[in-house]
Design a protein around this ligand. Structure first.
Ligand code: A3P
Length: 247
């Protein structure tokens, strides 16, 4: 089960995990992450997926299926610099044809900080996952950040492969890193993605940069957000935001 708050790199990681588990296949050009996203599908659809399945969702820990705790599922949890999440979500909601949000970034940011967006508050989401993981020490969870993945994809793919028990060698990991680069995915996924703007243009594979927030936040907004992150998540021992805030 791949879990993340939206815009934290879920499509990227889903593709990586599938490569690690299934190997190379044309299926990457024909299947989208949304086909195994549990909140978007019926139980029948999910049950009909071929095993091994790479399921995914954006739900809080408390809303996860009960089997997550009892069936020994492996959980990959990805999180991202919250300021970059806000920017990415803003573009998502502005461009996606089903939303067409028309406010400014500053207006959007107020909604985001208050949790008035899909999936609710990113702060509550991460807090809830942290307490859930700590209260269930037998869970098999691998936590990584978008920034770590961006810094050294081959290193992170190696860690993922160890966690998943897929035993992929260095050449394979290099191949996966190339095949799941933003440019590669933009081409491969454009025909299967369900996220498009009103002209039918795909929107999911945008900049893929660490630190794009500097192009959107003014000084006041940055200070306010950094204070919020420190207040809400400063005590976290699972999620680290210090280095990210200056990147
Ligand atoms: P940006 O909007 O900052 O570019 P999610 O998949 O969780 O919705 O996250 C989407 C974000 O991940 C977008 O960020 C998107 O560009 C980025 N992304 C998607 N595929 C990626 C890839 N292969 N490599 C790096 N970033 C990727």
């Amino acid at each position: 089960m791949l879990c993340s708050y939206p815009k934290s790199g879920c499509h990227w990681l889903w593709e990586c995990i599938r490569y690690l588990i299934l190997g190379v296949s044309d299926v990457h050009k024909t299947t989208d992450k949304e086909s195994s996203m549990i909140e978007l599908n019926t139980r029948e659809n999910i049950e009909a997926l071929e095993s091994p399945r790479v399921l995914n969702n954006h739900a809080f820990f408390d809303e996860q299926p009960a089997d997550l705790k009892t069936k020994g599922l492996k959980i990959v949890f990805v999180y991202r610099n919250i300021k970059d999440v806000a920017v990415s979500y803003y573009h998502h909601h502005t461009r996606d044809k089903t939303y067409k949000y028309s406010g400014t970034f500053s207006q959007y940011l107020q909604r985001f900080e208050s949790g008035l967006v899909d999936s609710g508050s990113v702060f509550e989401y991460l807090q809830n996952w942290e307490s859930g993981i700590k209260a269930n020490p037998s869970l098999k969870v691998h936590i990584l950040s978008y920034e770590e993945m961006n810094e050294d994809p081959v290193r992170e793919l190696g860690r993922l492969s160890d966690f998943l028990g897929t035993n992929r060698d260095g050449d394979f990991l290099q191949m996966v890193a190339m095949e799941t680069s933003l440019d590669a995915m933009r081409i491969k996924k454009e025909k299967v993605t369900s996220f498009v703007d009103e002209n039918g243009q795909p929107i999911m594979y945008r900049k893929g940069k660490v630190g794009d927030w500097v192009n959107h936040f003014n000084t006041e907004e940055r200070e306010k957000m950094d204070k919020l992150i420190a207040k809400e998540l400063g005590d976290s021992s699972l999620f680290k935001f210090e280095d990210m805030s200056t990147s």
